[in-house]
Design a protein around this ligand. Structure first.
Ligand SMILES: Cc1cc2nc3c(=O)[nH]c(=O)nc-3n(C[C@H](O)[C@H](O)[C@H](O)COP(=O)(O)OP(=O)(O)OC[C@H]3O[C@@H](n4cnc5c(N)ncnc54)[C@H](O)[C@@H]3O)c2cc1C
Length: 440
């Protein structure tokens, strides 16, 4: 029997007679899913609750969009921690080069920067969002913005019924053979990602791994960080201690009015948040001279001291650390900043070496959802088939993007995961509803 889903606008029905696949959410995962589903020949309706698609995508990479990374698959997967292997299928089918090629075909050139991070040449995240929206429409997808999906019901042998609402309160309903959930996580709720998908997935039989802010700035005890607000330190080695467990990162961090942020702090934050939630003591310690061991560091200090006997200690310190760190360093090492260099003792040098190698902060909290870059937790991966992204609890339901229990470090990994899972879910849903084989 031919399938003829409808979107009803009471009292006037709007007929999307070709719709077979409904995609809920117009972020990177949903847009890519709609492109692939429609491009594979399935009538596709994309439903987005905000006035336009890709609001969060337009903010990514400080408006420049770090869309992917040039790392190889194994390296890429490692950035997702224990959940990484789930993505292997999706990445084998659509990966970083495929994404860049697709964007080039859409006339969005990309460029590789430090650490393999890929950005659009014009530094505009909106170019990417707009190109994907255009491509989705050209592929035949119908995009309906300002429509919030409120409820999804699975009806045996009839697919799914979706209840929807317009901002003015008008209600709609729609039937679809397959539904792709791409509603994102909970971070930056102002962009539309307010967690609706967890409720849909839960009502269709899924369990949700507890949700926590990830890639989120951390709050430190006391006012030390505040004094350094705005200062960033590059090439530092950072050690996170949660209880007895230690993990290290190398890179750049930033002091803020509440504590610590910057790439390596954000990457460490998911472990810090877990530790805080389980009541463990969490500290971050910075080695400001990671390339020098204790002996070499002492030799370097002695070199600076020699020949500068009348100079004040603080002037020597300026050669070793950023100027803004000098007063704090003097206070915490208990060395008078005006002390002449010829009076500096072996004890003083030892205190300085220890401070430079163990500049530590106790972590007492984290910032909220409106500052978290991604969501940790989500639809449990063991309930989703990795090579199609179809739900194991509700046939014809697919899950893509940040809604899944996946989160990675900064560097373009999260967006690639959204694009790759959207790609795979779109193709698989089209194949399922057509009964034909689509090239997965
Ligand atoms: C400030 C910031 C910067 C970032 N920068 C980067 C970066 O440079 N590189 C990187 O890899 N990652 C970055 N990320 C992470 C990345 O943006 C996300 O991982 C990615 O957007 C997830 O894509 P998604 O499609 O799964 O979800 P989203 O982008 O969250 O899209 C979900 C969509 O679903 C819609 N929706 C939700 N509920 C409903 C409903 N009930 N009905 C209809 N529509 C609904 C929402 O309005 C939204 O448009 C950044 C995140 C933030 C917040």
């Amino acid at each position: 029997m031919p399938f003829s889903p409808q979107v009803h606008d009471n009292p006037r029905p709007v007929n999307f007679s070709q719709t077979r696949v409904a995609v809920v959410g117009g972020g990177p995962a949903g847009l890519m899913a709609a492109i692939q589903s429609a491009g594979s020949g399935a009538g596709t309706l994309l439903l987005e609750k905000m006035p336009r698609c890709g609001l969060k995508l337009r903010l990514t990479g400080k408006g420049r969009c770090n869309l992917t990374n040039t790392a190889g698959i194994e390296d890429f997967l490692a950035h997702f921690g224990e959940q990484g292997p789930f993505l292997r299928n999706a990445f084998h089918r659509f990966f970083n080069d495929d994404l860049r090629k697709l964007l080039e075909d859409l006339r969005v050139q990309t460029v590789v920067e430090r650490g393999g991070r890929v950005f659009p040449v014009d530094d505009s995240a909106s170019s990417i969002a707009d190109a994907l929206i255009r491509h989705a429409t050209q592929s035949g997808a119908v995009i309906a913005c300002n429509i919030r999906v409120k409820r999804i019901r699975a009806v045996p042998d009839s697919g799914f019924f979706l209840d929807m609402e317009k901002p003015d309160g008008r209600l709609y309903s729609c039937r679809a053979e397959a539904v792709i959930l791409a509603t994102g996580g909970l971070s930056y709720p102002g962009t539309g990602s307010s967690g609706d998908g967890y409720g849909f997935a839960g009502s269709l039989g899924h369990s949700i791994v507890p949700l926590k802010p990830a890639l989120v700035p951390l709050v430190t005890e006391g006012k030390r960080a505040r004094r350094l607000q705005g200062l960033s330190l590059k090439n530092v080695k950072m050690t996170l201690r949660v209880g007895n467990r230690e993990r290290t990162w190398l890179g750049e961090m930033l002091f803020t009015h509440f504590g610590l942020s910057g790439p390596i702090v954000l990457s460490a934050s998911r472990y810090a948040v877990e530790g805080l939630d389980s009541g463990k003591t969490v500290t971050l310690s910075f080695d400001l001279k990671p390339a020098l061991d204790d002996r070499k560091l002492d030799a370097r200090i002695l070199r600076e001291l020699s020949g500068h006997g009348r100079q004040q200690w603080k002037n020597l310190l300026k050669k070793l650390i950023p100027l803004r760190l000098v007063p704090l360093c003097c206070e915490e090492t208990h060395i008078d900043e005006t002390k002449p260099c010829h009076q500096v003792t072996a004890e003083d040098r030892k205190a300085l070496r220890h401070w430079l190698k163990h500049f530590s902060f106790q972590i007492v909290g984290h910032r909220g959802w409106d500052e978290a870059i991604v969501t940790s937790g989500g639809v449990r991966l063991s309930e989703v088939t990795p090579n199609t992204l179809e739900s194991k609890t509700s046939a014809g339901l697919y899950v893509a993007g940040e809604l899944l229990d996946l989160q990675a470090d900064t560097g373009g990994y999260n967006l690639q995961a959204a694009f790759s899972t959207g790609w795979l879910a779109g193709r698989a849903a089209a194949e399922k509803t057509s009964g034909k084989t689509v090239d997965l």
